[in-house]
Design a protein around this ligand. Structure first.
Ligand SMILES: [Fe+2]
Length: 428
């Protein structure tokens, strides 16, 4: 009797659900690349950007390296050399190909990378439909992680495509059929109060969460106020016009040094045209929408703006406490704006999810009792817990079913090609 026959009905249903999700997530990645021309697939516009072709291959490698190789007996890779080329940073697995040289890979070709995806998809289907009971739980856990990983790269693909196209003075659009802005005025900013107390934060339960979201733990949160919506482009323009980028008193020392070196005078993708400002978007250049949330800010710019506004960034536990009672709803990638839009007037907290990742004042550090995943997968998050800041809430290029109230995104304080903005907080 095959092993599969010994599986319970529940786990069979779980398996079918996961296989369906596997196909949906893999197809969504390829749909994101459909508007690309062949030439777009290979460019690496800065060291942090990966060529779209590399993303397509790397997320595939993840399934091959961590699921097919250890769990599918007799699995033959399409090309054993890919194990080096498409390993991002897993030093305990092998020697990763140098990150800054990903744009030099004219081979494998785009066609060959798609063939690699099909090869791995076929093998994954074979594994999941003939799964032995002894390894089922671990395989299912890793497939889930592989899919969440691929969704993270879907967001990275859109960030990187935007950056790649923005280098071109022809100002090409990724898509010309994106949903237009809502044309709604930004709602008046209100302050919502939260009482002091011992709160629980972090992920509880058996459903998927990254290791860095666990364990759920208690923390004391003092009384605080949170702004009802993110900071708008119009408000950020006031900061610029008030000399914000030239006022050293507003900046952290590292931030001030960085903006001098980089020559920053505005958010990434803003371009001044006479008295007006344009913004490069995935839909091409557009007039700056003053009511939409400001986007493509570094942590240092978010901090300086908060100082100028006589407020501060929220700590991540404050953000999470506020999010615990809010519906998970917002402008995500499925809304097809691929750009933050004004939220309009609603009671309570607005745009907590979607539109822009919100910088917090919290360093990306382990929660009390944090345990990284065993083996090479322990390199996924834990080794990055140094020098980076936490962002919360997801953005207009995040898949909706990828975020949670406990989700911790993280970037270095100088990075701003991600769709990041801010929401103000202050003491009571
Ligand atoms: Fe990755």
């Amino acid at each position: 009797m095959p092993n599969r026959a010994r599986r319970t009905d529940t786990s069979l249903a779980e398996l079918e659900h996961l296989l369906g999700r596997y196909h949906r997530v893999r197809a969504a990645t390829e749909r994101l690349c459909e508007p690309l021309e062949r030439e777009d697939y290979v460019i690496q516009s800065m060291p942090d950007v990966s060529p779209p072709k590399w993303h397509l291959a790397h997320v595939t490698w993840f399934f091959e390296a961590f699921i097919l190789q250890p769990f599918l007996p007799g699995y033959r890779p399409l090309d054993a050399r890919y194990d080096h080329l498409f390993n991002s940073y897993y030093q305990t697995h092998g020697t990763p190909f140098e990150r800054t040289r990903r744009g030099l890979l004219s081979r494998p070709t785009v066609c060959e990378v798609y063939a690699y995806r099909s090869h791995v998809d076929l093998a994954m289907e074979q594994l999941l439909t003939h799964l032995g009971a002894d390894s089922a739980d671990e395989v299912l856990r890793r497939v889930e992680l592989g899919l969440e990983h691929e969704q993270q790269h879907q967001e990275l693909l859109l960030m990187d495509i935007k950056h790649i196209l923005a280098q071109n003075p022809l100002r090409p659009a990724y898509r010309s059929d994106l949903k237009p802005n809502a044309a709604a005025p930004a709602a008046p900013l209100r302050w919502l109060g939260y009482p002091a107390g011992v709160r629980h934060v972090g992920h509880a339960g058996d459903d998927f969460a990254f290791d860095c979201e666990r364990p759920r733990h208690r923390t004391f949160v003092d009384a605080f106020q949170l702004a009802s919506r993110p900071v708008s482009n119009g408000e950020y323009l006031d900061f610029i016009r008030d000399g914000g980028y030239g006022n050293i008193a507003l900046w952290l020392s590292d931030g001030w040094d960085h903006i001098q070196r980089a020559g920053w005078q505005a958010p990434l993708y803003w371009q001044r045209e006479g008295d007006d400002w344009l913004e490069l978007t995935l839909g091409g250049p557009r007039d700056l929408d003053l009511d939409a949330p400001v986007c493509h800010l570094s942590y240092f710019e978010a901090e300086a703006f908060a100082a100028w506004a006589q407020a501060r960034l929220p700590r991540e536990e404050e953000w999470e406490v506020a999010a615990q009672d809010e519906p998970l709803w917002g402008n995500f990638v499925e809304n097809d704006h691929l750009q933050p839009v004004a939220g309009g007037a609603v009671e309570g907290l607005q745009q907590l999810y979607g539109d822009v990742w919100e910088w917090t004042a919290s360093a990306f550090r382990p929660y009390p009792g944090f345990r990284p995943l065993p083996g090479s997968l322990g390199e996924y998050n834990g080794k990055f817990m140094s020098g980076q800041m936490v962002l919360r809430g997801g953005s207009c290029v995040t898949p909706e079913d990828h975020v949670r109230p406990t989700y911790r995104n993280f970037f270095y304080p100088t990075m701003r090609w991600q769709f990041a903005g801010l929401r103000l907080a202050k003491e009571v």
